[in-house]
Design a protein around this ligand. Structure first.
Ligand SMILES: Cc1ncc(COP(=O)(O)O)c(C=O)c1O
Length: 495
């Protein structure tokens, strides 16, 4: 049943069917100007039951964290406690308006104020802005802050280069380019660290910043971190931290104490919130005293009066401005706050300990069959294996990933990071049990055996999914909007 192709909602449509019964509109004439009134409205005509079944069936065709193990490296697809959802839906949070006067939303402001404090405390920084809506947005924000602080604050506009290791997340060079700066790539050394000598060779007075993902996308903690941050500061630059992998060091190390000047946090990875498919996220930035005046605003502040405290907001003195309408994705902030309050300091530390333990356990179970470059090192919350199996020269990472679907698992991230050929980037997350990890490792080992004995099984996989192999680039670039009655594909796209 679930493998049967699902018709589009237009194919289910039948003239005259209705999902709701509304009273006749008691308006003598339409108040809408005539040029905006359409006589052809291409809405499907379906009953409520048709709609419910259609969307429930579609949802069941999808992989989700609530259904199966989802080891998508770099995405931290962990289980999200449902209590966070309850908190985010409380009417006092969900039904307020961002333009309300501060006196009427003191609870929401208190939550944001305390979250700003918690994030600064957890990461070892002086100040926080909750505005950015995602990780990459936080990167752009932080780099713009550094640019303003160095170009205007320190009067050094000639600094325009941002050094980015080849083990950084792909969004780092993209954000830097968007801010009008020049990206200089720094290679990795044999242990998966930034090559220190290559870094030194680039440190001159044109350098604005080093942008460092730590742990990096190989799942490794930079072994020369303190030396690197020191060298960059000595050369007059600042250090931007991509803190999206904070779940590996939560409660153990504070980036603010390791020489970073500003850092973004992916709330939707480290501090829960179901995400994926571009869903709403949160990418707050935290920074040191020097950069605090440049934070985007408004930031929430607290005034202490004789008998009470009052929460309000202000723009930091030299702010780069707003980077987001209103308050960022407020419901994501509620989830992060609930998660932090629920776990407390010990619980947050346990998140990191278990994330690292799970990744190392899984790596140990498969490393004899799937090569793991830099595998002699202890990994952090994730690791990168290779889809290269001895005795199966034609089998690729893609084939292994597709075959995993037949075993009921979401595939890992593939072909990233680019510096590892046939990469399978695996992040089990802290919320998985040993049984789940073992089941996944067993599947990978069985697939390796199949690769040697029946490679065609892998080449044609998946066999038991609603769709077989897609041309993924074409599927993303040219969504097939078929069978919208009365419209050709171009019209359908623009309607
Ligand atoms: C290390 C790292 N940096 C940056 C990002 C970008 O975050 P976002 O997808 O929220 O823009 C991610 C995303 O997972 C990441 O893993």
């Amino acid at each position: 049943m679930l493998n049967r192709p699902e018709p589009t909602i237009y194919e289910i449509s039948s003239p005259g069917r209705r999902g709701v019964t509304l009273p006749e509109l008691d308006v003598p004439e339409t108040p809408i100007p005539e040029e905006f009134v359409r006589d052809r409205l291409l809405l499907p005509e379906v009953t409520e039951l048709d709609v419910v079944r259609h969307f429930v069936r579609l949802s069941q065709k999808n992989f989700g964290v609530d259904v199966t193990f989802y080891p998508l490296g770099s995405c931290t697809m962990k289980y999200n406690p449902k209590v966070n959802e309850v908190a985010a839906r409380l009417p006092g949070f969900a039904r307020i308006h961002p333009l309300q006067a501060p006196e009427t939303v003191q609870g929401a402001l208190q939550l944001m104020y305390e979250l700003q404090q918690y994030l600064a405390e957890i990461t070892g920084f002086a100040a926080t802005s909750l505005q950015p809506a995602a990780g990459a947005h936080g990167e752009l924000t932080g780099i713009l802050m550094i640019r303003k602080a160095i170009h205007e604050g320190r009067g050094e506009p000639h600094r325009t280069k941002v050094l980015i290791p080849d083990s950084a997340h792909g969004t780092n060079p993209a954000s830097t380019t968007m801010s009008g700066l020049e990206v200089v790539e720094i290679p990795s050394d044999r242990r998966g660290n930034v090559d220190l000598e290559a870094l030194k060779a680039h440190l001159d007075d044109t350098v604005l910043a080093l942008m460092l993902t730590n742990p990096n996308t190989l799942g490794l903690f930079e072994e020369h971190l303190l030396e690197m941050t020191h060298l960059v500061h000595e050369a007059g630059g600042m250090v931007y931290g991509d803190g999206a992998n904070l779940n590996a060091i939560l409660g153990i190390a504070k980036p603010g104490e390791l020489g970073f000047d500003v850092l973004h946090i992916n709330l939707h990875k480290t501090f829960s919130t179901p995400h994926g498919g571009g869903g709403p996220g949160g990418g707050p930035v935290v920074c040191n005293e020097e950069l605090a005046p440049y934070l985007p605003g408004p930031v929430v502040t607290m005034e202490e009066h004789e008998n009470h405290v009052h929460y309000t907001w202000q723009m930091p003195e030299k702010s780069i401005g707003r980077v987001r309408a209103f308050w960022g994705n407020f419901a994501v902030l509620v989830r992060a706050y609930t998660y932090i309050r629920m776990l407390g300091p010990e619980g947050l530390r346990a998140v990191a300990e278990n994330a690292v333990l799970n990744a190392n356990y899984l790596a140990a179970r498969i490393k004899d069959v799937y090569p793991i470059p830099y595998g002699t090192r202890t990994c952090m919350h994730e690791f990168v294996a290779q889809g290269k199996i001895e005795g199966a020269p034609d089998v690729r990472a893609l084939d292994i990933a597709k075959r995993l679907i037949d075993y009921g698992f979401h595939p890992p991230t593939m072909y990233f990071p680019l510096i590892v050929p046939e990469a399978l980037m695996i992040e089990p997350t802290e919320t998985e049990s040993k049984q789940t990890l073992d089941a996944f490792a067993d599947a990978l080992l069985r697939i390796a055996e199949e690769a040697r004995t029946q490679p065609e099984l892998l080449k044609e996989a998946p066999h038991h999914a609603p769709v077989r192999r897609l041309d993924e680039v074409r599927a993303a670039r040219y969504p097939k909007l078929r069978d919208v009655p009365g419209l050709d594909e171009e019209e359908a796209l623009s309607s």
